[in-house]
Design a protein around this ligand. Sequence first.
Ligand SMILES: [Fe+2]
Ligand SMILES: [Fe+2]
Length: 138
Amino acid sequence: MASTELKKLMDEAIARELKVSIQYMFQHIMIKGKRARFIGTELRVIAMAEMLHAEKIAERLVYLGDVPTTIPAPVDITGTEQEILQKDVAEEAYAIDLYKKIVKKANDDGDSTTRLLFEQILAEEELHHQTFQTLLGE
Ligand SMILES: [Fe+2]
Ligand SMILES: [Fe+2]
């Protein structure tokens, strides 16, 4: 069964999914410049995907008997277009590291449902990471 440590990591994941969902949505609303329409559309699509991640992880945490956080990690929508995209690349890299850790912990705990959930979300975070890198021109 899921350990306290695994559930703590999942709660951190929820706080961060809520954060990036708000962050990307407001970057989409606020972004200016020649590429604003194009980048903004990508940000909006990814913001919605992140909200669905928060939902799925929270549902799983409730199933495991915990109350999920409703408090996002601190949101940051400041910066130029380039700075915004650099921050978002870093957000996705952080999520990838955290979810690899959760996949491993869920596997160690014998919780294959949580492992599968995070493997699926991890695949999406890798695509977000790639999208932001592409928009950044890396
Ligand atoms: Fe996510
Ligand atoms: Fe993501």
